[in-house]
Write a protein that binds this ligand. Structure first.
Ligand SMILES: Cc1ncc(COP(=O)(O)O)c(C=O)c1O
Length: 315
């Protein structure tokens, strides 16, 4: 008997952890990247989109005919649009102006309804707008609430973190971007159980810069899921640094990763420098693939050190 055919939702998770052997690094340092771009919509957010929808269906709060509502700079919206198509829901995404142009194009192609909010309203404003929509029409709208739901952390604890632990005997450092904080909290907790002494490091953009998906914690919004006590370090990374490192991955390894993956490599290499004498294994979350960023011409903008660099949500 042949196996039951897969559906797109079966393809979520179980992404590869690859060793980057061609990126220049200090002797004794091994770099590992979790390639989340291998998920069906090309980002880590497929994991939480599937989990949050599954759970809401089980609790009976999400019912046929309803519309998923969420604030997102791109990846969560795209992931929710896929899950919504698979399960037959509507989907409405509150999107700040300034996202790379492919994001609204992909969302519309997947049948999502877009609601724009001004960039100065920030993550907080976008979340509030999504919550207001839900309150105005609770019978038909379901607020997904990736920023608030503890399932976001639990999903990364059980899936992303466990997959890394199954693939690697030992790790010394975990590097992940901070958006909702779900990845860093969940993966960090699971990896710490397996690798005592693990250093958990978060990265964030400069104040006022919009690295898509991630926000500076100084920007008046502290993601409720993020527990600063649970992390050992934070790095601030600029858009130009992130883009240059993403280009380095492309040039040395031949894989096209997103800009936040570049930021993770940039920080991974800083951590490698700190461990130069000791060596060690550094795991970096490569949260999405790079295709959707190309129309925004990141390489050219970084080369020219264009002032527009900070106006775009890069991850
Ligand atoms: C490309 C990318 N990297 C990293 C993150 C951060 O992930 P988290 O929300 O789990 O903190 C996001 C969040 O949207 C993202 O889109």
């Amino acid at each position: 008997m042949t196996a039951a055919p897969l559906t797109p939702l079966d393809l979520v998770g179980n992404t590869p952890l690859v060793e980057l052997k061609r990126v220049p690094r200090p002797d004794g340092i091994r770099l590992f990247a979790k390639l989340e771009g291998e998920n069906p919509t090309g980002s880590i957010k497929d994991r939480i989109a599937r989990r949050l929808v599954d759970e809401a269906e089980q609790r009976g709060v999400l019912r046929p005919g309803m519309t998923l509502v969420e604030a997102s700079t791109g990846n969560t919206g795209i992931a929710l649009a896929m899950v919504a198509r698979q399960r037959g829901y509507g989907v409405r995404i509150v999107l700040p102006e300034g996202v790379v142009p492919s994001v609204p194009q992909i969302l519309e192609t997947l049948g999502a309804e877009l609601v724009w909010c001004p960039p100065q309203s920030g993550t907080k404003g976008a979340i509030e707008m999504a919550e207001r929509m839900m309150l105005e029409d609770p019978e038909r709208c379901f607020a997904v609430q990736q920023f608030k739901s503890p399932l976001n952390i639990d999903c990364h604890y059980r899936t992303t973190g466990s997959e890394i632990v199954a693939a690697l005997d030992h790790a010394d450092v975990l590097v992940a971007g901070i958006g909702t904080g779900g990845t860093l909290m969940g993966v960090g907790r699971r990896m710490r159980e397996a690798y005592p002494g693990l250093r958990v490091v978060g990265l964030e953009p400069h104040v006022g810069e919009y690295l898509q998906g991630l926000r500076s914690l100084e920007d008046a919004f502290m993601p409720p899921l993020l527990d600063l006590e649970a992390i050992d370090g934070r790095w601030i990374v600029s858009a130009a640094e992130s883009i240059r490192a993403a280009k380095l991955v492309a040039e040395t390894e031949g894989i096209l990763v997103g800009i936040s993956s570049g930021a993770a490599l940039h920080v991974g290499l800083k951590e490698a420098e700190r461990r130069r004498e000791r060596g060690g294994n550094i795991v970096m979350m490569f949260s999405d693939s790079g295709w959707k960023y190309l129309p925004a011409q990141p390489w050219e903008a970084a080369k020219a050190d264009s002032p527009d660099l900070d106006e775009v949500h890069w991850w």
